[in-house]
Design a binder for this molecule. Structure first.
Ligand code: AMP
Ligand code: ZN
Length: 439
């Protein structure tokens, strides 16, 4: 590694002193407060916290006076409760993966989009991406930010971007070969699937110019990274982001691949104890709470990501001064990430509660099948339905399956169960068994 030149997109800000970063953060925070005060959603909340002007923020420590924002709040503010600019200034809307009745959306002005793309481009540059790369984006295009937001960043870097989107593995491989793709963006599970297809289709290493992959959208271990690197013979970089924070590239690995740098000139990152909301001691695990400093259209203050991680205290050998976070170890809520898509058990419950003929008990199982995740929903039906003929039961199964996939955007397997056959838990019901190996 020592002989390798360390790439930067904007060396001055990426290696700025702590004092300089804090100066930028304070100015950014005041600017965001000014924006937040223009929204219906924050005006009242900030007033209750004693903030009626950006000047009420004097130091960065004042962030602790500010209220938190949750996913539920974003749903409540849907569609335009968080809009801080005239509607005609908005040029783009995105939403979180996995849709529920009310999605969590973000909106961006042209400037917001330019800054978000620059953050993404900076991330890719930190990992050694350049304008010579041919980048194939295998994340789903559409409302999900992994498609377009990544795409714009890679274009800004000057790379040749191929928006193949997700799925259709044989076509992915054809494009990789014919266009000499050097970098791909995909979930870790899809990378394993792609590798299996490469072997099956008989592609040789020299048929492909692939040198690196950017991976994120779902938790994965260091061991899994290693496995993908070994199998594909490439470097794999971890990338963290979420739609609420403009998508991928919020935190990104540099060429040393030892934790992800968080871009502190564009976001303020706090790690808090999820029960007391006090900052955790340096190096300990806490919930990542993020304040966005770079969005005019939709300010977001102290957003509870529910993702658990820790800061890596040692400075990074790359010379960047923006801190690093370790791999995520879990979440503080029950959200499941299934093949990269966010799924809440409550969404599944919602379908079941509405359906006629369904009993009181259900059970969700998540497993690995090959390299992909498999979701099974076991459903008890009522004694009356159970007594009905097989056609009625099959029709019920098909209906539940299609209603669930419409709501959660992935296809579950629905298993119909006899009344009283699923275990009844004492106390708090345990309705999810995540059997996926932890590494
Ligand atoms: P979405 O808003 O659909 O992009 O989903 C965001 C969520 O995906 C985050 O809150 C994380 O739980 C998860 N996620 C994204 N990137 C990573 C990553 N690199 N490692 C672990 N989890 C991730
Ligand atoms: Zn570094």
């Amino acid at each position: 590694m020592a002989e390798r030149e360390i790439p930067f997109r904007d060396r001055a800000i990426e290696t700025a002193s702590r004092a300089e970063i804090e100066r930028v953060q304070l100015a950014g925070l005041k600017r965001q407060i000014a924006q937040a005060l223009k929204t219906d959603f924050y005006r009242g909340r900030l007033a209750s916290a004693g903030i009626s002007s950006p000047d009420d923020i004097r130091t960065l420590a004042d962030i602790r006076k500010l209220p938190f924002t949750t996913k539920g709040d974003l749903r409540e503010a849907y569609p335009f409760g968080l809009l801080a600019v005239p509607k005609e200034e908005v040029v783009r809307v995105h939403a979180s993966s996995g849709t529920t009745g009310t999605p969590t959306v973000i909106y961006l002005t042209q400037r917001d989009l330019d800054v978000a793309s620059d953050t993404m481009a900076r991330s890719l540059a930190a990992a050694g991406g350049t304008r010579h790369d041919v980048v194939q984006n295998m994340m789903t295009y559409g409302l999900f930010t992994g498609g377009l937001c990544f795409h714009y960043g890679a274009e800004l870097l000057g790379a040749m971007v191929i928006p193949t989107s997700s799925g259709n593995t044989l076509r992915q491989l054809k494009f990789m070969k014919d266009f000499g793709t050097t970098m791909i963006h995909a979930t870790p599970s899809y990378l394993l699937h792609l590798h299996a297809a490469i072997e099956e289709e008989g592609y040789r290493r020299e048929d492909l110019k692939l040198r690196m992959a950017i991976t994120g959208a779902e938790p994965h271990s260091e061991e899994l990274r290693q496995k993908i690197q070994d199998k594909l013979g490439i470097e794999v970089y971890n990338c963290y982001g979420m739609s609420e924070l403009n998508g991928p590239g919020v935190a990104f690995e540099c060429v040393f691949r030892k934790g992800m740098h968080v871009w502190e000139d564009r976001y303020i990152f706090e790690l808090l104890n999820p029960e007391t909301f006090e900052p955790v001691p340096e190096g300990e695990t806490g919930e990542l709470v993020v304040t966005i400093l770079c969005r005019d259209a939709m300010p977001l203050i102290r957003y509870r990501t529910r993702d658990l991680t820790r800061f890596i205290p040692e400075p990074c050998p790359c010379g960047r001064t923006h801190r690093r976070i370790a791999r995520f170890t879990g979440r503080t809520d029950d959200m499941l990430i299934i093949n990269g898509v966010n799924v809440f058990p409550s969404q599944i419950e919602e379908v079941l509660l509405k359906a006629k003929g369904v009993g009181a008990n259900y059970f969700i199982i998540v497993e690995k099948e090959g390299v992909l995740d498999k979701l099974t929903v076991q459903v008890e039906i009522t004694p009356e339905t159970f007594a009905d003929d097989a056609r009625v039961i099959n029709a019920l199964r098909d209906r539940l399956k299609s209603e669930m996939s419409a709501l959660i955007t992935i296809n579950p397997i629905v298993e119909i169960k006899q009344p009283g056959s699923l275990p009844v838990s004492e106390g708090k019901a345990k309705r999810v068994d995540d059997r996926r190996p932890k590494d």
